[in-house]
Design a protein around this ligand. Structure first.
Ligand SMILES: [Zn+2]
Length: 350
């Protein structure tokens, strides 16, 4: 891949603009092989793989996210939400669960909960389980914490919706009200999968990060032209451009459904269309729009060029890593930049 990262090469002993390449990788998580797309930073001078912690952390996070999704293990965010539900500090929440004092801290920082702890966390999500934990670990808790737990449980005695498994990042987005964060549409997994398949079908060399940029411009352009995004996906700033917030889960969904195939090639993984869809969620006008987007994506000779395009956008430059790129700030700018590059798209606007 031809994205770049300003970093330091220990071999050359100087700051370099490393190129980021994606490649299929397998990581053993708890003895299980997890296939994912890893990013490696390569020194442009000596060619060495640079161990930049930003890239490495993201790789680990991707593999963990897939493992978590596969085993229903709560994410750091879900654990934090559960703790906040009970109104407890990290230490008190650890005690409530019967863990070591630093354990919840580690889990909220991204460590993978061990299987026994995962089961306890599951219990803490149910009314009955939480009562059992409180009875068992009561002596370790402060009066204030006990009150806080009792209050949370009594307030939700009738209302048990929180007892369901905590939603993952994408599932959570399906429940969001239409807003400027999702382009006025709650996230629709069927639409996202269908769009990915259409893009994989029509775009040349659709690498994973390139696919993220293609999704981003598609949703932003649709929002500018038709007042709504195509998929309801939320986008965030990543080092190498805009990405779907929850992209690891999206990749997992695509692979599981067999909608898109990830094919190895010299430079990484390319998305190819997989199984046909049972239903077509898009209307005729949306298909015309998607065809236009594919032509736009194909107008870039190299992945580097589309990367430069996204790096030139204020909505990416003015946001920080992980920050959501709001449609209200981005849709008009993205559509304008697209039409400036490819005037033919102007016919789809309005
Ligand atoms: Zn070097």
């Amino acid at each position: 891949m031809t994205d770049f990262l300003e970093t330091f090469c220990p071999e050359c002993d100087m700051g370099v603009r490393a190129s980021l390449r994606e490649q299929p990788a397998t990581l053993r998580v708890r003895g299980e092989e997890i296939d994912f797309t890893e990013t490696v930073a390569l020194c442009p001078h000596c060619g060495m793989e640079i161990g930049d912690s930003r890239v490495e952390d993201e790789n680990l996070e991707q593999a963990y996210a897939i493992y978590r999704a596969r085993h229903g293990i709560p994410s750091p965010e879900e654990i934090r939400k559960l703790r906040e539900f009970y109104g407890l500090s990290l230490r008190e929440f650890s005690r409530f669960l019967g863990f070591g004092e630093q354990t919840v801290y580690r889990y909220e920082r991204g460590d993978l909960p061990d299987p026994t702890h995962s089961l306890v966390l599951e219990q803490a999500k149910t009314h009955q389980g939480a009562r059992r934990l409180l009875a068992k670990n009561r002596k370790r808790l402060s009066e204030r914490s006990i009150e806080s737990i009792e209050l949370a449980l009594s307030t939700h005695a009738e209302d048990l919706h929180w007892v369901r498994p905590l939603p993952s990042k994408l599932e959570e987005q399906t429940a969001d009200a239409p807003s400027t964060a999702n382009g006025y549409r709650a996230f629709d997994p069927d639409r996202a999968l269908a769009l990915m398949r259409l893009l994989a079908q029509q775009c040349r060399d659709l690498f994973w990060t390139k696919s993220q940029k293609a999704l981003f411009v598609a949703d932003m352009f649709a929002c500018a032209c038709r007042g709504r995004s195509l998929t309801g996906l939320r986008y965030a700033h990543a080092t190498h451009g805009p990405v779907a917030d929850g992209r690891e889960e999206l990749r997992y969904l695509l692979a599981e459904a067999g909608i898109v195939e990830f094919c190895e090639c010299d430079w990484g993984e390319v998305l190819e269309p997989g199984k046909p869809l049972a239903n077509d969620p898009f209307d005729e006008a949306e298909h015309a729009l998607i065809d236009g987007i594919a032509t736009f994506v194909n107008s870039f000779g190299t992945a580097r060029e589309i990367s430069d395009f996204s790096h030139g956008l204020d909505c990416w430059r003015n946001t920080e890593d992980g920050q959501v790129i709001d449609y209200a700030d981005a849709a008009g700018e993205v559509a304008g930049a697209m039409v400036a590059r490819m005037p033919g798209l102007g016919g789809l606007v309005g």
